[in-house]
Design a protein around this ligand. Structure first.
Ligand SMILES: Cc1cc2nc3c(=O)[nH]c(=O)nc-3n(C[C@H](O)[C@H](O)[C@H](O)COP(=O)(O)OP(=O)(O)OC[C@H]3O[C@@H](n4cnc5c(N)ncnc54)[C@H](O)[C@@H]3O)c2cc1C
Length: 300
């Protein structure tokens, strides 16, 4: 397991700006995340300081990664799937490929999941057999049949977790997932290659209707799109959320969460969901993490 002083989860503008400031303070820094998962990736920006013409989000992200690396930071294009607080108050981070890292401080910059509806009647089944969070709801499906529908690391990790609870786990990929069969080998998960069309049921989930009018009977459906989102990733850490929305991480002016050594920035901390705010908060989070490390060292 490799150690870093600061591990940043998220390679969007907030995480990359945090990485630039942390690396320039001479900390060892690892950023985990995929730039193509950033809200900025497909955006064209006109309201960000310092550019006379419209700028392309993808180019900005590439430049940000270059800057982080120029100052000695490392960027690994993998999603984090598990975070844990260790006994010495440092943090374990596990990636989708099973790599493990230890950080003295953690900066969360994973943005927000913009939920895309997969099914017309999706809303009416939430909590009635349809879930978006394996780590929150797997327990309710002990001994039952479930289907995981997804397109990336969160879905693959979710399917593996569900094998500890459910009696039967199906996996329906929503797009081609690299090395999917290899990733799931050794786990009792049946992969179904068919497009899901609608949810089967009236009051509660009874199954998934697949293309060509095939029916897959299940008691629960988990929709996991993209990487693990904030709620799933931080649930085991006891991080407080904003009490009004329960969707954003609560931070103070230093971008510190209620858990010592964990900072958050960008869209994850709430509106305005804007590039300038994400970058500003990334800067503050890194400087605060740096001060935290300094005072931790002074005490030891
Ligand atoms: C279409 C569109 C247009 C926009 N236009 C504008 C505009 O004109 N002006 C403006 O100011 N703002 C605009 N925005 C908003 C702006 O893009 C966001 O506010 C900004 O990108 C937020 O930065 P962030 O770093 O907090 O999150 P994001 O940019 O979303 O980055 C989050 C990062 O975390 C990663 N991640 C997520 N989960 C995990 C995980 N489990 N492990 C590892 N990494 C993870 C993602 O892959 C990504 O790299 C626009 C957004 C969109 C979608």
């Amino acid at each position: 397991m490799k150690d870093y002083e600061i591990i940043i989860i998220g390679a969007g503008p907030a995480g990359l700006q945090a990485g630039i400031h942390a690396a320039r303070r001479k900390h060892s820094v690892l950023i985990l995340g995929k730039p193509e998962g950033s809200a900025l990736y497909s955006a064209h920006i006109e309201n960000y300081f310092g550019f006379k013409e419209k700028i392309n989000g993808k180019d900005l992200l590439e430049a940000g990664i270059f800057q982080v690396q120029k100052f000695g930071g490392e960027v690994l294009k993998e999603d984090a799937v598990r975070l844990e607080i260790l006994e010495d108050n440092s943090f374990l981070v596990e990636t989708e490929k099973g790599q493990k890292f230890r950080g003295e401080a953690l900066i969360l910059a994973i943005g927000v999941k913009r939920k895309k509806k997969l099914f017309k009647r999706e809303d009416q089944f939430v909590g009635k057999g349809l879930s978006y969070c394996v780590d929150c709801d797997a327990w309710f499906y002990r001994g039952k049949r479930v289907a995981v529908l997804g397109d990336g690391s969160a879905a693959v990790h979710g399917a593996k977790t569900l094998t500890q609870f459910a009696k039967k786990v199906y996996f329906i990929p929503l797009k081609v997932i690299d090395e999917l069969e290899e990733e799931l080998s050794g786990y009792p998960v049946e992969i179904i290659y068919a497009k899901p069309v609608e949810i089967l049921g009236e009051e509660e989930v009874k199954g998934v209707i697949l293309e060509k009018e095939k029916i897959l009977e299940v008691d629960g459906i988990f929709i996991e799109i993209g990487a693990k989102g904030a709620l799933e990733l931080i649930a085991p850490l006891g991080i407080e959320l904003d009490p009004e929305t329960l969707s954003y991480v609560k931070v103070d002016k230093k971008m510190q969460t209620n858990v010592k050594g964990i900072f958050a920035c960008g869209d994850l901390t709430g509106p305005p969901l804007q590039l300038a705010k994400a970058v500003g908060e990334g800067c503050i989070a890194a400087l605060s993490a740096s001060d935290y490390l300094k005072s931790k060292k002074a005490k030891s």
